[in-house]
Write a protein that binds this ligand. Structure first.
Ligand code: UN1
Length: 503
């Protein structure tokens, strides 16, 4: 029996300078469904440095015209991008669930984050405010304005295959930069569909280029390329440090959004029902594969036993399964490597003395036997020095730590090398404000889980979570533009700053 054409995996290509290309090597890689690894969804070019060179040359050339397009016109394109993302939301969400596993409810949210980012970018194009500043000299006008930078290398992860690329590409474009985009090789199809939308809405050729392939080859060729001016990367701290090192050789501007070990604090005065919903969503949403996932739960001793038993009870009820099924609460992990990492950490935790209160293994049962599933797992009796309390796991594993008061809870929260998101459940204003002041993290939620960043707010973290930049909101426009300072002297004579300032 022959396979019908509609069932054949679609073959995607790179998109460079307004045209589609295979990798120069002719090699391809497969995109498989993590809920059923027998299912090949699509194939993609396995590109290399020579493909990146072509993309960078195209982007360099296109930059020279794109930078001169008025920002509001660039913004109008983003408005259309938002409209098309809206029209295709369901298809994009399904594509995403199929290629990376998280449930439809969440992949719809991921696309919505892209839509929000598009409309925000469209409106920001009419602001991109600069400053006018009085001169110290008479008849002289001073201003500082934002300028495009050049070619942006955009390297994105698989956990938010739509939201994160849009966080980077849209502001890059609005600011007048051109783009070379390398999406994660676990989620190339969502990325390819995003680029199709950009093309359809009139982004000129060469302004956005996509090159598929591995991080070590395509990603590093981008980071190392002398004609790329800036890099925006989201991924692990290990890779982030490597990028920082390589990019420093060509003095690139680099924005790194890296790991997290986010904690939710539950105080004795907290509404436990609310805290419970929060931690289930924060820890097991996206199967724990978020930079912002709740991976530590820090509970006041007075409510520890009660809250833990509520939590274990509800965690056991979470339904694992294919993310396309509306009845599924938790989808598979993205690939075998992630399952192995999770298995390794659960072993480490048990060896260190933590108790596996639920989960701790891959599920039994035939239905889930061909997917990268792992049961939602709670580790009790964790102490702050254990590796499962300090290292990022990126899976459905929650480490629970007991504390005596808010000050200790904050100290424990701060006891890792990361500082992305944090959450405090309390009804006491004093606890809340102490936490807001003292938790060292880029984001603090009060009575809400560690996940749930909104597109128009700054996003990023401290310590090894990043290198000081912020995505999202108005702040990302700082990264994708640079300041030009302008002095206009209309006095008709030489006026020397600092010298001719006297009346
Ligand atoms: C990430 O995990 O890298 O707040 C991004 C959230 C999402 C974005 C997460 N809106 O969890």
């Amino acid at each position: 029996m022959t396979v019908k054409e509609s069932e054949m995996p679609k073959q995607y290509q790179n998109f460079i300078n307004g045209r589609h290309f295979d990798a120069k090597s002719g090699k391809t890689f497969e995109n498989r469904n993590p809920a059923n690894w027998d299912e090949v969804l699509s194939t993609f070019p396995l590109s290399g440095k020579e493909d990146v060179d072509d993309a960078v040359n195209a982007a360099r050339k296109a930059f020279e015209t794109w930078r001169l397009v008025p920002a509001p016109s660039r913004g109008n394109i983003l408005k259309k991008v938002g409209d098309l993302l809206t029209a295709r939301k369901e298809d994009l969400a399904r594509t995403m669930t199929k290629e990376m596993g998280k449930v439809l409810l969440e992949t719809r949210g991921d696309v919505q984050e892209g839509i929000d980012t598009a409309y925000y970018a469209a409106s920001e194009a009419r602001r991109l405010f600069g400053h006018t500043v009085p001169s110290e000299l008479p008849n002289k006008f001073n201003m500082a304005m934002r300028m495009p930078i050049g070619v942006a290398g955009i390297i994105t992860p698989w956990n938010f295959p739509m939201a994160i690329p849009t966080w980077k590409i849209f502001p890059a474009l609005v600011c007048g930069n051109s783009v070379v985009f390398k999406p994660a090789s676990d989620t190339p199809e969502t990325a390819a569909k995003l680029v199709e939308i950009l093309i359809e809405t009139g982004v000129p050729e060469g302004v956005v280029n996509i090159v598929h392939g591995g991080g070590g080859s395509v990603g590093m060729a981008i980071v190392d390329h002398p004609s790329i001016d800036l890099i925006s990367f989201t991924g692990s701290s290990v890779v982030g440090k490597k990028i920082s090192e390589v990019a420093s050789k060509t003095l690139k501007r680099v924005s790194l959004e890296l790991g997290g070990k986010n904690a939710q604090i539950v105080m004795d005065d907290a509404r436990l029902d609310l805290a419970l919903e929060g931690v289930l969503w924060g820890a097991f949403g996206t199967t724990g594969q978020r930079c912002t996932a709740t991976s530590r739960l820090i509970v006041h001793e007075k409510v520890y036993d009660k809250f833990l038993s509520m939590l274990v009870d509800h965690t056991k009820k979470l339904r694992l399964g294919d993310g396309l099924k509306e009845t599924t609460d938790v989808g598979p992990l993205v690939n075998q490597g992630q399952v192995e990492t999770v298995e390794k950490y659960v072993r480490i935790g048990a060896d260190e003395g933590a108790k596996i209160l639920t989960g701790g293994k891959r599920p039994d049962g035939k239905e889930l036997s061909k997917g990268w599933f792992y049961e939602p797992t709670i580790l009790g009796g964790v102490t702050p020095s254990m590796r499962v309390a300090r290292e990022e796991i990126f899976g459905p594993v929650l480490s629970v730590i007991k504390v005596r008061n808010i000050t200790e809870a904050i100290d424990v929260t701060n006891g890792t090398n990361y500082g992305l998101s944090s959450s405090v459940y309390t009804q006491d204003l004093n606890n809340a404000y102490q936490a807001i002041r003292d938790i060292r993290a880029g984001i603090t939620y009060i009575n809400a889980p560690t996940i749930g960043a909104e597109a128009h707010m700054p996003f990023g973290g401290v310590k090894e979570t990043g290198n000081g930049h912020r995505e999202g909101g108005w702040t990302v426009y700082e990264f994708f533009s640079e300041w030009k300072t302008v002095y206009v002297d209309y006095s008709g004579k030489l006026q020397r700053a600092q010298i001719d300032t006297k009346e």
